[in-house]
Design a protein around this ligand. Structure first.
Ligand SMILES: [Zn+2]
Length: 328
């Protein structure tokens, strides 16, 4: 006789509740829960319990549109893109890219539904995680930039009174910056209207070289409560000292000039052996630059996520906890 049960590793509420209690007793004051398309479609009700367990542990809760439409950061696939190929971003050479066009009305209404479900969980805020247009891969041809779909071409023509060009002119960059800002502004307004706090986490340019955004255009939106960035120095192959300091300084200045709160993320994934102590230095640097809202990606130094885990996740997590406790 053989007897099996299926097992859903990330859907076991008693483990979630224990982990939330552990975070609180380790001194964390909040948690960001990833809420992917998969979670939204099948487990929205489970997330009400997950958020409740987090609140019961005394934690503040943000919800993250993790990988939704692939226009946000995160290791999660998008079924929506496969089901709505007409709303894909399209590169200038005409090839569709597997992420949603931010000017697609169809995608906006999907995001509206996602947001409704995120609000229903009872969370305190939305963590708008690295919103972006297509980021060309290393081996992509020059002509792979987006978005030049029919909708974007039409909007561009209306805006600039000329046809969409074949090259990425400054008008195109301006249009793409407007696209991102317009999309975010609409989302943030909806979230604000539903009583949510808005945190926007902007991608360092090193991770999105063609990112057209002027960060101050986003930080100055009156619906932004917290402006964040994630200077992950190991994956950027940069020195912790300069990289974390320059982005901490920049986000602090942006926050101060808009009377909002700055947040800095510390890299606790893919940390190489022997460099674990750089995390405590990163925390110190952010503090030295006046940051009082710190966050770490992710729980347990991603020990159980093979794509993200560190060479020694246990040691990294110990360093993180010690660093955060030292600053209190
Ligand atoms: Zn488009």
């Amino acid at each position: 006789m053989k007897i099996y049960s299926s097992y859903f590793s990330n859907r076991i509420l008693k483990h979630v509740a224990n982990d939330m209690k552990e975070l609180a007793s380790d001194g964390f004051t909040g948690v960001v829960h990833t809420f992917s398309e998969n979670d939204f479609r099948y487990y929205s009700q489970s997330f009400i319990d997950i958020v409740k367990a987090s609140h019961d542990a005394g934690l503040d809760v943000d919800i993250d549109p993790w990988g939704v439409g692939r226009v946000f950061g995160g290791e999660a696939f998008s079924a929506w893109i496969a089901e709505n190929p007409d709303s894909m971003q399209v590169s200038i050479d005409g090839s569709p890219k597997p992420l949603a066009c931010l000017n697609s009305d169809n995608f906006l209404s999907f995001m509206h539904e996602w947001l409704d479900a995120a609000v229903q969980t009872g969370a305190d805020g939305i963590f708008w995680d690295e919103p972006h247009i297509y980021i060309p891969k290393k081996n992509d041809p020059e002509s792979s930039w987006t978005c030049a779909c029919d909708k974007c071409r039409k909007l561009f023509s209306e805006m600039f009174n000329t046809d969409f060009p074949d090259t990425r002119t400054s008008q195109v960059e301006q249009f793409h910056a407007w696209t991102l800002k317009n999309f975010l502004a609409r989302m943030l307004k909806l979230a604000k209207g539903a009583g949510m706090r808005n945190t926007v986490c902007l991608l360092p340019k090193e991770f999105a070289p063609n990112d057209p955004l002027d960060w101050s255009d986003i930080a100055s939106l009156d619906t932004v409560d917290i402006i964040a960035t994630d200077p992950y120095w190991f994956i950027a192959k940069r020195d912790v000292e300069n990289f974390v300091r320059s982005y901490s300084r920049r986000i602090k200045e942006l926050a101060d000039s808009n009377s909002i709160e700055p947040q800095i993320w510390i890299q606790a994934f893919r940390v190489p052996q022997g460099r674990e102590n750089e995390l405590s230095r990163a925390v110190e640097i952010a503090i030295e630059e006046g940051i009082e809202n710190l966050a770490v990606w992710g729980f347990n130094a991603c020990a159980d996520m093979s794509y993200l885990r560190c060479d020694d996740s246990k040691l990294v997590w110990d360093v993180v906890k010690r660093a955060f406790n030292n600053i209190k």
